[in-house]
Design a protein around this ligand. Sequence first.
Ligand SMILES: Nc1nc2c(c(=O)[nH]1)N[C@H]1C(S)=C(S)[C@@H](COP(=O)(O)OP(=O)(O)OC[C@H]3O[C@@H](n4cnc5c(N)ncnc54)[C@H](O)[C@@H]3O)O[C@H]1N2
Ligand code: MOO
Ligand SMILES: [Mg+2]
Length: 413
Amino acid sequence: MLSVKQAETIIFDLVQPLARDMDTEVVDLLAANGRILAAAVTSELDFPHWDNSAMDGYAVRYIDVAGCSAEQPALLEIVEEIPAGYQPQRSLEPGQASRILTGAVMPDGADTVVMQEVTRREENRVFILASPEPQAFVRHRASFYQAGTPLLTAGIILNAPEIAILAAAQCSRLPVYRRPRVAILSTGDELVTPDQPLKPGQIVDSNQYALAALVAQSGGEAVMLGIVPDEPEVLKDAIAQAVSSADMVLSSGGVSVGDYDYVDEILAQLGAEIHLRAVAVKPGKPLTVATFSNNQHPILYFGLPGNPVSSLVSFWRFVQPAIKKLAGLAAGWEPVFMEARSRHDLHSDGKRETYLWGKLHLVNGVYEFQKAGGSHSSGNLINLAQTNGLAVLKVGEASIKAGEPVQVLQINA
Ligand SMILES: Nc1nc2c(c(=O)[nH]1)N[C@H]1C(S)=C(S)[C@@H](COP(=O)(O)OP(=O)(O)OC[C@H]3O[C@@H](n4cnc5c(N)ncnc54)[C@H](O)[C@@H]3O)O[C@H]1N2
Ligand code: MOO
Ligand SMILES: [Mg+2]
């Protein structure tokens, strides 16, 4: 059986990001929030656009005020008032200053700003009561960004800072990657939808909903294909349809060794290349990963285990990074682990890499891991509520004692 690390390498290497030339759409700035930029952006504007003042005060010539003090103030004549948004009309001559406000354009001749608090105004004259540093409080043109140089690179996620930068650069329509379409189907004769009456022996298809929520959170567009019975011909048609309509397919159930576990067999019949069938991980051991290469873009197929927690853990560990990479994210799509101090003794059988779900708490600057109470059975959904981390016990690591460090995979972040 493959280790988690080996499986991860195989899976992530199989993912080919959407194409920058074809798989994009142009959206308005606000609609770009959370999307992935598909082309590099440069601006023809310098930032700041002009030399301007960082303070409310007086624009001066440094040479006029160097060495002054409260005892021996420099006295300057005020020749103009420059609020933000106003183009200065006067150039400073020796002995002159301009009243200037934060963000306003520096007048010609001035090289330094003196903040209001170290001045005393008398009508159209100002006393400078302390010697500033040369060029104090001047934000120089292009000191933050030079026109024509790279502003934002392709493959980054657009959040509030990037939206602000793009607005400032007057980019109101942007090329972003389209969201990858991820088809989801649930297999099992025992499954019903949440609004169907439950007969004895039946259970509700919760995986479809959990996976759809996770796909959306990961930047994909979930295409919910519903419940497919454990009938090979029906399942075959459903998988074929899923593959032809999406960039990635997720099924849950039917990947173990039971009499009704048909997924692997059908994938083989449909001509898929199967890359792995099981991983030494708990929960989530039966995991089938296959590719269909009959399309322009290879379609990655994940046959997730049916147990509710197993399918989610497989998603968090392997599928989420794959969707983010597929979606065009150039960096930072990998799973995020953080170190925490365990609040409890954690146990595993040491044979498979084991993931225990719980909550990370930040206490005095240190993360602590609180294991969820109740059963850590892969069939128990209930105690997953409000968890945000999966503590990892490596193969051969049968226990981690309370107070010891543990690696925790961040989920639902
Ligand atoms: N003899 C063996 N039996 C099993 C093994 C094994 O190695 N040898 N592995 C076990 C492990 S580990 C897992 S995990 C499960 C995986 O089973 P399948 O992927 O084949 O899933 P199913 O048999 O279809 O269902 C398992 C379980 O999950 C429930 N389920 C299925 N789909 C959904 C859904 N959409 N929403 C909610 N719950 C779902 C299903 O009713 C079953 O209870 O196999 C073990 N067996
Ligand atoms: O590996 Mo299974 O996923 O324990 O339930
Ligand atoms: Mg089964």
